[in-house]
Design a protein around this ligand. Structure first.
Ligand code: ZN
Length: 261
């Protein structure tokens, strides 16, 4: 089951049992997909998709794939390395990633993102598994030069537009079979599978919920596989999770208001 959020009102939409994309009357955080009530039909081609969730917080996980830790010359941490990314960085599919003038090197990180469905506080494995609403695609855009310069990741991870999410939330996905692929200008750059993660999806939810309560709509970025690299003005980055779809975003340089393009 794929859950979209559509412009202009930010209503949820999903395909009904006949395969038509329709506005969802039911609250997907309250009602399981079997009991959903549907409204008017939406043309799939013309639908303007928004980020499928508006998170209260975004928890990132650094170095969750050994090959990515190695490519940046970092040792594997003994426990998951957590950071927070500002929710104001979220944009939807097709929205531009804007390269800020404060950074000389902005990089893509294609990731599997978890969307929390029910409140998790010091959750056990079973509760964590049941509390996951679904998964979506994310590009954890990072100002690599600032990340190296600062003691925390807050600035490097949180510029406006640095967190494309989407295109849909995949409910009831097979968590052991998820894969993420990143392309830049159509060229394959990254490929990762959940079995290559140092800490798995449920393990991460259990771990994070020990120190911060996870609320419905919160997002966890599960880390990026190797193959990260820079983005430039005019690039187009795609993060694909088979089953979720392709999250595609153009990249553009920051332009002061009034300057000519
Ligand atoms: Zn990341």
């Amino acid at each position: 089951v794929l859950l979209y959020r559509v412009a202009p009102d930010g209503l949820y939409a999903a395909t009904d049992p006949d395969g038509e994309l329709r506005i969802l009357y039911s609250d997907p955080f309250e009602v399981a997909s079997g009991g959903w009530q549907f409204g008017r039909r939406i043309e799939t081609e013309s639908a303007a998709l928004l980020a499928p969730v508006v998170p209260g917080k975004i928890v990132g996980v650094g170095r969750n794939y050994r090959d990515h830790a190695a490519e940046l010359g970092n040792p594997m941490p003994a426990e998951p390395l957590l950071f927070l990314k500002s929710p104001s960085a979220v944009v939807g599919p097709r929205a531009p990633i804007v390269l800020p003038p404060e950074s000389e090197r902005v990089e893509y990180e294609g990731e599997i993102a978890l969307v929390v469905g029910t409140r998790l506080r010091r959750a056990g494995e079973r509760q964590a598994r049941g509390g996951l609403l679904g998964v979506t695609g994310a590009c954890d855009v990072t100002a690599r030069d600032l990340q190296h310069r600062d003691a925390t990741f807050a600035r490097a991870k949180s510029f406006d537009t640095f967190c494309p999410l989407g295109p849909a939330i995949w409910l009831e996905s097979e968590l052991d079979e998820l894969e993420v692929r990143t392309r830049v200008n159509g060229e394959p750059r990254q490929r990762g599978h959940v079995r290559e993660m140092a800490w798995g999806i449920v393990e991460l939810l259990v771990y994070i919920s020990r120190m911060m309560t996870l609320e419905p709509g919160d997002v966890v970025l599960t880390g990026t596989p190797s193959g990260v690299g820079p983005l430039g003005d005019g690039d187009r980055v795609e993060v694909e999770i088979p089953g979720v779809g392709v999250l595609a975003n153009p990249v553009e340089a920051f332009r002061e208001a009034g300057s000519s393009r």
